[in-house]
Design a protein around this ligand. Sequence first.
Ligand SMILES: *Cc1c(COP(=O)(O)O)cnc(C)c1O
Length: 375
Amino acid sequence: MSKSFLPPQRILHGPGPSNIHPRVLEAMARPTVGHLDPLFVELMDEIKSLLKYVFKTENDVTFPISAPGSVGMEACIVNVVEPGDKVAVCINGVFGGRMKDIIERCGGIAVPVEFDWGTVVDTNKVEEVLSTDNEIKVLAFVHAETSTGAMSDAKTLAQIAQSHDCYTIVDTVTALGGIPLLVDEWGLDAVYSGSQKCLSCPPGLSPVTFNQKAIDKIQNRKTKVQSWFSDLNLVLSYWGSGSKRAYHHTAPINALYALHESLLIIQEEGIESSWDRHKKNGDYFCSKVKELGLEPFGKDEERLPQLVPIKVPEGIEEAKVRSILLNEFNTEIGAGLGALAGKVWRVGLMGYSSSRESIDKLIEALKYALNKSKE
Ligand SMILES: *Cc1c(COP(=O)(O)O)cnc(C)c1O
């Protein structure tokens, strides 16, 4: 006989998911109602307005896609990019590479603008690319590159795109809630995020927001969006404001209870305070890491406070340290990916996992694990 799965209480300091606030888990266990129940429709409206608050936008088209962040990425790209559209895509880690793949799968012509892993997107190089090729219509980039810990300058990149009449597609999966993100003020066009990073909600939902400029492009497409599920023209009959809330798919009802609760918690704290907390805790963690004789990877001013990569010192087996942390401290940290595999650990300090108390425990555990790994 199989038995119920009873997971241990892990402390999640990896690249996502982050720990879930007990209030959010409790919300998720509440009774399921029908997805067209008037009470649920009201909840959908509230989720939309809370998402507008965290994204700092007045965009009507702001809602959670019923799928993980990668589907939010797909939704932005498949809707905005038409076959033949030239898209400059900035690649400074895993997720820029994934954007390029999706752009090509939907018939776009990707123009990769590549940077060393661990560095930010160089705005001068982007300016140069957009000014030499005026057929480029869209600029795609990752605000917070979780695979390396690099924080790119989304505000300046958006200004450059606007000065060349380009639309922007922006990955804010790890950014949202963790670092300043001002969708309207910066004029970002199509933006997606994820529930399990700084929102501290279980994975499986992807908040997105589109401004009127992006919606106009989508509504004037010459070709159908090739994904039925992600076609905004169809999804908006369900999530759109003033829509009849006609059946499109069945929303993940209990997952949305969780998202609602996690957004309430951020609203109670204040989005700006959430950014400040991540910054302070990120700085605190880096100072403690240095006291241990370790070195954060990348430049101080370009590093995300919510995802700190640490260089693996000479003579230390990186996987051994992670397994000591997991087995003896129930604590997860992330490994390096791609070009950084084996070279760094990635420590997530996201959402509910970004607290002084949790950092102090993690530092003690790291100290022990480093010593023990040498035995
Ligand atoms: C986690 C992440 C994604 C993908 O989100 P999933 O929920 O894993 O599909 C995309 N972009 C960035 C920057 C991420 O950190």
